[in-house]
Design a binder for this molecule. Structure first.
Ligand SMILES: Cc1ncc(COP(=O)(O)O)c(C=O)c1O
Length: 317
C-alpha cells in the first residue's frame, strides 16, 4: 500500500475533499492557537499534541444563546473557571477575555439561537501524560445549532433508565472535564435500551445525574428535591429552576435520593441547558406518579422559559 504524503501544497485540497454531513451545522470556531475565528468547518482543527486531544486534559462548558442573548453566561463562566481551578489550569487569560471571545464569535456566527461550547485545554506539547509538558492552555469556542427535545416530549413526558456504568468519583463529577467516557457510555446505554434519558447510581445506591443533565424529584409534600452537589455537576439549569421555584412559593430541598424515592415520587424531572425542565413519566418499567407529566414540572418549565425570554439573566451580543 502506498500512503499519500500530505504537504503544504495539497493540504487544503485534501481537507476540503472530506465530506461530513455535520459540517453544515458548524457556524463559527474560535481557536487561540490560530489566533482567530474560522468559518470553514473543514478548517476547525485542533493540534494533535494538545493534551486535551490525547489525554482528555481540558475542561468545557455548554451554554445557549436565545434571541441573541447568552442565558446565564456569568454562571457558566464561573463554573468554567471553577473547573479550571480544580484541575490546576493556570490560565493565561481572564474571565472577561473568554467572555469577549465568546460574544465576538457569536456575532460572527450571526445566529439568533445557538449552542456554544467553550473548551479550555492544557495546551499543545508533547504526547506525554505530564501536564507540565504543555506550552500554554488554549481556548476553543464553537457555535452550533441549539437542539432541544421535540415538543411532544414535554407534552407526553419522557422515559428514564438506570445506568449500569460505574459513576466517576464525587470530585470528578464536580469538574466539567473533557474526560466524559463514563457519560458517553451512559448515553450509549440509553440509546441502546430505548430510554430518553439515563441516570447514574453511586455505590451506596444513591441517584446522581444523567450524562449531561440533572434529575429532580417531587415528594408527597410537594417538595422539589435534588441530590447534594458534592456528587454531581452543579447544573446551572437545576440551580436556577430551584431559585425560580422558591421565588414562586414552592419548597426545595437538597438531599440524597434513593431508587425507592424515585419510584415513589409524585413527579420526576430532568433539567439541562438544552432541555429546560422535562417531565419523566416512566422509570425503567414503572410509572411515575399518574403516568402523565406533573403540574410542578410543567410550571417550572414555564417559569424558566419566561426567565430566558425576559433576557434579564442573559448577556446580549
Ligand atoms: C454531567 C452533567 N450533569 C448535569 C448537566 C446539566 O447542567 P446544565 O444545567 O448547566 O446544562 C450537564 C451539562 O452540562 C452535565 O454535563
Amino acid at each position: 500500500m502506498r500512503i499519500p504524503i500530505i504537504d503544504e501544497s495539497n493540504f487544503i485540497q485534501k481537507i476540503k475533499s472530506r465530506k461530513n454531513p455535520f459540517f453544515a451545522e458548524y457556524h463559527a470556531f474560535y481557536s487561540s492557537w490560530f489566533g482567530g475565528i474560522v468559518k470553514n468547518p473543514e478548517m476547525m482543527l485542533l493540534p494533535m499534541d494538545d493534551h486535551m486531544v490525547h489525554r482528555g486534559d481540558g475542561i468545557f462548558e455548554a451554554m445557549k444563546a436565545v434571541n441573541r442573548s447568552v442565558y446565564l453566561m456569568e454562571e457558566h463562566l464561573e463554573r468554567l473557571f471553577d473547573s479550571a481551578e480544580k484541575i490546576s489550569l493556570n490560565l493565561p487569560f481572564d474571565v472577561n477575555h473568554v467572555k469577549e471571545i465568546i460574544l465576538e464569535t457569536l456575532r460572527f456566527a450571526n445566529q439568533d439561537n445557538a449552542s456554544i461550547r467553550v473548551f479550555i485545554s492544557r495546551g499543545p506539547g508533547n504526547f506525554s501524560v505530564n501536564p507540565y509538558d504543555s506550552i500554554e492552555p488554549q481556548l476553543y469556542v464553537i457555535v452550533i445549532p441549539l437542539k432541544s427535545p421535540l415538543p411532544e416530549k414535554y407534552i407526553h413526558g419522557v422515559t428514564v433508565g438506570k445506568s449500569e456504568i460505574p459513576i466517576k468519583s464525587s470530585w470528578m463529577n464536580q469538574v466539567k472535564s473533557c474526560n466524559y467516557l463514563p457519560n458517553v457510555l451512559m448515553k450509549k446505554e440509553a440509546v441502546d435500551r430505548g430510554f430518553d434519558f439515563i441516570i447514574g447510581i453511586d455505590s451506596d445506591g444513591r441517584v446522581t445525574e444523567g450524562p449531561t443533565e440533572n434529575i429532580m424529584i417531587v415528594d408527597h409534600n410537594e417538595t422539589i428535591i435534588h441530590p447534594p452537589l458534592n456528587n454531581i455537576l452543579k447544573g446551572i439549569t437545576m440551580v436556577r429552576v430551584c431559585e425560580l421555584a422558591r421565588e414562586n412559593g414552592m419548597k426545595t430541598e437538597i438531599k440524597s435520593i434513593s431508587l425507592a424515592d424515585v419510584k415513589s415520587a409524585t413527579e420526576v424531572m430532568i433539567t439541562g441547558t438544552s432541555l429546560n425542565v422535562i417531565p419523566v413519566v416512566k422509570f425503567e418499567k414503572g410509572v411515575i406518579g399518574t403516568g402523565h407529566p406533573g403540574a410542578i414540572a410543567k410550571k417550572l418549565n414555564k417559569l424558566i422559559i419566561n426567565d430566558i425570554e425576559s433576557g434579564k439573566h442573559g448577556i446580549s451580543f
